[in-house]
Design a protein. Structure first.
Lengths: 541, 139
């Protein structure tokens, strides 16, 4: 490059590059129509080396592809088990459990008024027996198991481990992950239960327990996609997720948990829209920022503590109801962004996401999308194929700065918990959602077949998921039998011990497992702790 | 009808998140769009029961109730709200509109149940207020 900055400016002006209509990017400001060596720092480093801008492994996907694990679950244990077998037979790597809303909110299937939601958006889990039926006949010690439990993560973990125990499988044999990130639920998604401080304490219990007993398990996934789905920008998504992570890490430090014992098993999850070059840049920026955060702020010494494994979530709010098949292409672009960004896991939504949870057919296509990008395209042929791209390197740098600004804004608010309790994060996300809605409504954000090229065809109605309305009845029957057959006095005794443990600050996982062994239900454990912790009060405006 | 010369009272709408579904993006966007269009909006926050929504609607004497449901449980939940109005309403039943991930098939079923209008995914934002006004005018 021999052209000086001045010469380049003149060349740009002569060619009209500075007067082209604006096109906002993930940063919210104009994407430059041309990036050049003047925009980038050539010292981007190597994959597998700190600060991991170019990926977490030297040979990346030539070494191993990402874990393709579709988020899946509906109805009862049997119907979910059947769907999992279908997905495993088609090449899904392990399973990723979707729980129904009563399970996520800590209510049993026979709780007052929850019947219409039992088994609706995920599988209904009330007791150990449900987990035994859910995993019946599956090679649990040989496959990755992701449990997408949030506020109820500690109870779900206890029920799951006791179910495994009854099948002779020990905690250390299990690999997989659990969401556990409760803070994002106060910002978006809303399956909160206890006040944030108690939520963080429970996260600490899970992380501490798993660091000792489950070395192959990732006990906390710092999540952004829920906030992005609620309207957050890509920068807010990562910035708020990392601000939440800082709250957890600070709490772990206060509790005396060694950062190098737990950080290697932390991971993150982000969302991928169709702006796949910028989403890839976001991924690279997030990894670099995390590596520096863990080293500089939290004093991590081990290389593995600073390396952030990222799971991609593709498809959700940005999948459209109009001409739903076109979402397969949106999913492919998102998938490509995730792969070019170098993720370690991916879940991709069905193209019917705007209507319902996936059918067998739409789930299969979501899996096939990943497999085709993985096995048929050369996006996986070389580590960080976008490395050195003027555009992507410049965006990586700028996005990193943007994320850091958001983290600093949260720190100014007093940290993540304060910013949640005041409703700050929620308001920021809602404001972004509204701005996005207006941009899509007036066409500033073009969406094919939605706000441009709409055509005159009437949308063909999709064959969507057919819910099983009898699930609630069947779960109530199982619960009725369970409550009759178990030793009630032992349940009460164990729930008492749980409440006492909560009061004195004990790690609650072993106590929850004792409750589960006595066949206490999820709802009973959650209620017992509610009597100690109280409940979150949502700041509504 | 407002008499000529009298200032028109803004329409009061209750926007409610029903059931356990915590996806409130749509509810908040709709609330803001309706406020911007001059309606008076009361937002309930998350996880309201059919009983609570009905009693808030009656206490606040709103003109219309907007239910936001993205969990797929809309048929069961709306049925419960209608039953609650029959129980609590003393003959008063507020017009109900529903928004969320609702198929055209289910939208028809909801209308047969007595729902005044259904806002499916991607309803243009500037259609919201006129359609709500129309529902109130024909109530």
């Amino acid at each position: 490059m021999t052209m000086s900055a001045d010469q380049l400016a003149a060349w740009r002006s002569k060619n009209g590059l500075d007067s082209i209509a604006e096109r906002p990017g993930l940063l919210g400001r104009n994407v430059d129509p041309l990036y050049t060596p003047h925009d980038v720092d050539p010292a981007v480093g190597l994959p597998g080396e700190y600060p991991f801008t170019r990926g977490v492994y030297p040979a990346m996907y030539r070494d191993r592809l990402w874990q393709m694990r579709l988020y899946s679950g509906f109805g009862d244990a049997e119907s979910t088990n059947e769907r999992w077998r279908f997905l495993l037979a088609h090449g899904n790597n392990g399973v990723s459990a979707a729980f129904d809303l009563p399970t996520q909110c800590g209510l049993d299937s026979d709780a007052d008024g929850v019947a219409p939601e039992v088994g609706r958006v995920g599988v209904a889990i009330d007791c150990v027996q449900d987990f035994e039926r859910l995993f019946r006949g599956l090679p649990v010690d040989k496959m990755g198991i992701s449990l997408n439990a949030h506020s109820t993560a500690p109870m779900i973990l206890a029920l799951f481990l006791v179910a495994m125990e009854r099948q002779g499988v020990r905690p250390e044999q299990l690999s997989g992950s659990m969401t556990t990130d409760v803070l994002k639920d106060y910002v978006a998604r809303g399956t909160w239960i206890y006040p944030p401080a108690d939520g963080i304490r429970l996260v600490g219990d899970v992380v501490e327990y798993c660091s000792k007993e489950m070395p192959r398990f990732y006990p906390l996934v710092i999540r952004g996609p829920d906030m992005r789905d609620a309207g957050a920008t890509a920068l807010q998504e990562v910035g708020f997720a990392f601000a939440n992570a800082i709250a957890y890490l600070s709490y772990f430090a206060e509790r005396g948990i060694d950062i190098d014992k737990i950080a290697p098993r932390l991971s993150a999850q982000f969302y991928y829209y169709g702006d796949f070059m910028q989403e890839a840049a976001k991924t690279r920026a997030a990894r670099r920022l995390w590596a520096r955060l863990l080293t500089e702020r939290f004093g991590a010494k081990k290389r593995s503590s600073t390396l952030l494994r990222i799971t991609a979530s593709v498809g959700g709010t940005h999948f459209q109801a109009s001409e739903p098949e076109t979402n397969i292409i949106r999913g492919t672009l998102g998938c490509l962004g995730a792969v070019l960004g170098g993720v370690q896991g991916m879940l991709l939504a069905g193209y019917d996401e705007a209507f319902d949870i996936p059918t067998e057919d739409t789930a299969r296509i979501a899996l096939r999308t990943q497999q085709i990008v993985g096995y048929e395209s050369d996006a996986t042929a070389t580590s960080d194929p976008l490395g050195g791209s003027y555009f992507v390197e410049a965006m990586t740098d700028e996005i990193e700065v943007g994320i850091q600004q958001i983290i600093d804004e949260i720190a100014d608010q007093g940290g993540a918990v304060a910013a949640i309790e005041s409703g700050y994060m929620q308001r920021e996300v809602a404001a972004s959602a509204y701005a996005q809605e207006l941009a899509e409504n007036d066409g500033r954000k073009p969406l094919v077949a939605v706000n441009i090229f709409r055509g005159n065809q009437k949308d063909r109605e999709l064959a969507v998921h057919a819910p099983d309305s009898a699930v609630a009845g069947r779960q109530c029957e199982i619960l009725g039998d369970l409550r009759q057959q178990r030793a009630g006095a032992e349940v009460d005794h164990q729930l008492d011990l749980l409440r006492q443990g909560a009061g004195r600050g004990a790690n609650l996982i072993p106590l929850l497992m004792d409750c589960a062994r006595a066949d206490a239900t999820l709802g009973e454990m959650v209620s017992a702790l509610r009597s100690v912790f109280g409940e979150f009060v949502e700041p509504v405006s | 009808m407002t008499a000529p010369g009298q200032p028109e009272q803004p329409i009061r709408i209750l926007i409610a998140k029903l059931g356990l579904d915590g996806h409130d993006r749509g509810a908040k966007v709709v609330a803001r769009a309706l406020r911007d269009a001059g309606l008076e909006v009361i937002y309930t926050g998350l996880r309201r029961t059919p009983r609570e929504v009905t009693s808030i609607a009656l206490d606040e004497d709103v003109d219309v109730v907007g239910l936001s449901i993205l969990s797929g449980a809309h048929l069961g939940l709306v049925e419960q709200v209608i039953a609650e109005f029959d129980k609590q309403g003393d003959g008063v039943r507020k017009p109900i509109v529903v928004g969320g991930t609702i198929s055209t098939h289910d939208a028809e079923l909801l209308k047969q149940m007595g729902v005044a209008d259904v806002f499916q995914v991607r309803t243009p934002i500037d259609e919201l207020a006129p359609r709500v006004r129309k529902v109130v005018a024909s109530a």
